[in-house]
Design a protein around this ligand. Structure first.
Ligand SMILES: Nc1nc2c(c(=O)[nH]1)N[C@H]1C(S)=C(S)[C@@H](COP(=O)(O)O)O[C@H]1N2
Ligand SMILES: [Mo]
Length: 256
């Protein structure tokens, strides 16, 4: 398999901004093992000095790849599960800031806002969420930075929640906003996947601050960055919501 982007980068002197864009796109396509030969043929049709044009073609292809992957994904393939003895303790922390800056969420004012293509937009308290059916899975969280850890997460299957609020499940996306500026989004089949949880618990106790108190997404069929912590709002939409890392070039689909 040729690596057309690398070759293009070697041959052509790019402006720093163009170089950065191409590197973002390389990261975005990294998980899929680079561009196809057909894509390279398309690329060679444009002037590689023209950053805008190259970016447009590469981004379009990346989106196309997302659509193909979403289509291939049945929505029901289960992620591997593990035994309690395999849980990593202590669990690893990660965020775009250090542990000292973990947001302190005040439960007396915290609510989960619900918006977009849903029948019932009333906000949810943690207490109300705990009254919905719960599920627990011991799964592996895999970070794109190259580490992984096994943990036990419990909470409300996102599917049950979406059904409860009368979400339009024919919509394309479920998006999440967090208490710390972080945001992310899932394709609807993944949102309806049986192992995708609105997680409230971590190892049988309420989520500790580091791991997303009071509510996070736990989606074992996706990379770590698609597991937003400290969620404050959930919305259903047909408009592509992107994400904190996704908008910096990481592949939006990033999973199975
Ligand atoms: N709100 C918020 N959620 C986030 C992040 C973040 O910076 N802020 N980082 C993501 C990344 S990159 C990873 S790998 C996981 C890490 O989760 P952990 O701290 O439970 O290991 O959280 C994800 N969710
Ligand atoms: Mo991550």
């Amino acid at each position: 398999m040729i690596e057309p982007k690398k070759r293009a980068l070697q041959r052509i002197q790019l402006e720093p901004a163009q170089q950065l864009q191409l590197e973002n796109l390389q990261r975005r396509n990294f998980l899929r093992g680079g561009l196809t030969v057909g894509a390279m043929a398309m690329l060679s049709g444009c002037n590689l000095q023209d950053g805008d044009q190259v970016d447009k073609v590469l981004w379009a292809m990346s989106r196309w790849n997302d659509r193909v992957q979403a289509w291939l994904f049945s929505g029901q393939k289960l992620a591997p599960t593990f035994s309690k003895a395999q849980v990593n303790n202590p669990f690893r922390f990660n965020a775009f800031y250090s542990e000292d800056d973990v947001p302190e969420v005040d439960l007396s004012t915290w609510k989960l806002g619900v918006s977009g293509m849903v029948r019932d937009k009333a906000p949810w308290t943690l207490e109300k969420l705990r009254q919905l059916p719960q599920r627990t899975d011991i799964t592996r969280l895999i970070c794109v930075e190259g580490w992984s850890a096994i943990g036990e997460w419990g909470g409300v299957p996102l599917r049950s929640f979406l059904e409860h609020v009368g979400a339009d499940t024919s919509a394309k996306y479920v998006g999440f906003k967090c208490a710390d500026r972080y945001y992310s989004s899932l394709d609807m089949p993944t949102a309806l996947h049986p192992q995708t949880l609105l997680a409230l618990d971590f190892g049988e106790v309420a989520l500790p601050p580091d791991y997303g108190y009071p509510l996070r997404i736990r989606v074992p069929t996706k990379l770590g960055f698609k597991n937003p912590k400290h969620i404050v709002e959930l919305f259903v939409s047909n408009d592509y919501p992107g994400g904190y890392w996704e908008d910096q070039g990481y592949n939006w689909f990033s999973g199975i």
